[in-house]
Write a protein that binds this ligand. Structure first.
Ligand code: ADP
Length: 470
């Protein structure tokens, strides 16, 4: 079975968030289950593309409205990703030192057209095309309704919603950029008088998945305007929980942390990373360390952090370390807390993969009071590194973290307000003083299996069921 994943991100090539981790891991696990799973993504200007050499596999020419663009499909030489990688190079649009910007319509539309133009040239068409998030949301439509892609009409398309907040809306003025299709099908592109790639994908893909079962249920009630659509298409929608790449995220093998550790030596092992962090960020290694890693946006609850941290640092004898970037106001406010609480609080504003690994290892508790969390990977990484998660009970967090008071191993609340989050931190701080229980819990959570094995199989079963009808 040949599967092509199409995505804007893929770890380790280009990562902004969880989408990259999923697209960098799922194909690898699918390939161990004897499928040929490949990834197609844009060729950006970044560390990966500058550090590697590439072979040109295909040179093409695409039409987008009145524009004609040359493009290439490149493959890396000597890389061992566990899947074949194809990079679409459209220099004037995609070769930038960022993945996303304010004006991405032309960029990702050209990417989608180039990807399909190249796929239909191949002698061996894929059995499945698996698209991820709105940047690839017009592909299922184009496969079914655009004349030049009619070879793909009977190829099943599957679309995974990693985050329904972002939908890729653009104006009908730009409809001519999409390759020619019968005008009678224009309604498939429209949602609320806009062209909405996420809505189009939900309408046109053969199957729609979300990255956790609870998120699927939540989208029926709250989907940034797409609730009715999700409900009307619910017969072809299901939630499959993401896994984590246990080769990349393994404290026993992780070269990014100061000392590797396993279940048997997790307490001293974690302490080495904690000491490293506390020295670097001038915190007291004897106090419980609460960490946050993620995008500083409202979705992650970042608008509440200043007040929560202020309250917690004033009342409790704890340390907090934050790693993140996003909204400039939040970044600024959260930086000012360093002066107010020296030796108790610090923040690294920016993106740093290595530091994130050290924080998953050295933290005692991971804060994740997200308002929206389709799956969330951070809590699963933290579990694997023996760091106890504190979460809002929604989406994938609800599916993966059970509160300690219910016989579980984390702190989970439903009142995601400043007071509600503060109360969870307070409970966690009390828990920290029970050393026996703390040590026991670390060992339990490190053994929870969130590897991709089970989820990758679920996707393959889904593909098989679709191929039957193709
Ligand atoms: P989302 O995709 O919504 O941002 P996820 O929990 O699914 O959230 O995935 C976030 C991923 O991005 C994790 O691998 C996390 O460690 C990583 N990450 C987020 N922000 C940063 C940062 N500032 N530095 C390093 N890694 C980060």
């Amino acid at each position: 079975m040949k599967i092509i994943h199409i995505s804007a991100e893929c770890y380790p090539i280009a990562k902004v968030g969880g989408l990259a981790d999923v697209v960098g891991a799922l194909p690898k696990y699918q390939n161990t289950a004897k499928t040929t799973s490949q990834v197609v993504m844009p060729f950006y200007k970044n560390k990966y593309t500058q550090d590697h050499k590439f072979k040109i596999l295909y040179e093409g020419h695409l039409e987008m409205g009145n524009d004609s663009l040359d493009f290439k499909v490149l493959i890396p030489e000597n890389d061992h990703l566990g899947f074949e990688l194809f990079l679409v190079d459209i220099p004037e649009l995609l070769y930038k030192d960022y993945v996303y910007s304010e004006n991405d319509t032309d960029r990702f539309l050209a990417f989608q057209i180039a990807a399909l133009d190249w796929i239909i040239q191949d002698m061996q068409l894929p059995d499945i095309i698996h698209c991820h998030d709105h940047h690839t949301g017009l592909i299922p439509f184009m496969m079914s309704h655009v004349e030049q892609y009619k070879k793909l009409k009977n190829t099943p398309s599957i679309f995974t919603i990693h985050n329904a907040q972002y939908q890729g809306w653009f104006s009908h003025d730009k409809v001519d950029l999409i390759p020619r299709f019968p005008l009678s099908h224009i309604g498939l592109l429209d949602w609320d008088n806009c062209i909405n790639p996420l809505a189009t994908a939900i309408k046109c893909a053969w199957q729609v998945t979300t990255v956790s079962p609870s998120y699927m249920e939540e989208l029926k009630l709250k989907a940034n305007g797409l609730e009715d659509l999700i409900n009307s298409e619910s017969q072809k929608c299901c939630g499959i929980l993401n896994g984590i790449d246990t080769e990349v995220w393994d404290p026993e093998k992780d070269g990014m942390i100061p000392a590797k550790y396993g279940i048997s030596n997790c307490d001293p092992g974690k302490q080495v990373s904690k000491d490293w962090l506390c020295e670097k960020f001038e915190l007291n290694p004897k106090k419980p360390l609460f960490v946050f890693i993620g995008r500083l946006v409202e979705e992650k609850g970042a608008d509440l952090f200043y007040d929560v941290f202020d309250m917690a640092l004033k009342d409790l004898d704890i340390s907090i370390l934050l790693l993140g970037s996003g909204n400039k106001t939040f970044e600024k406010r959260l930086s000012t807390l360093t002066k107010k609480y020296p030796k108790k609080y610090n923040a690294y504003i920016g993106y740093d993969e290595e530091l994130s690994h050290k924080m998953y290892a050295g933290g005692d508790f991971l804060l994740m009071p997200s308002r929206v969390e389709p799956c969330g990977l951070n809590q699963m990484y933290s579990l694997r590194y023996g760091t106890i998660p504190i979460v809002n009970e929604i989406g994938g967090l609800k599916d993966t973290v059970l509160d300690i008071s219910d016989g579980g191993f984390g702190f989970s609340h439903t009142d995601n307000t400043v007071e509600g989050i503060f109360n969870s931190i307070k409970r966690a701080n009390q828990f920290y003083s029970n050393i026996t229980k703390l040590k026991e819990t670390r060992k339990v959570i490190m053994q929870i299996d969130h590897s991709w094995d089970a989820s990758a199989k679920q996707y393959i079963n889904l593909y098989k069921s679709l191929i039957q009808y193709s």
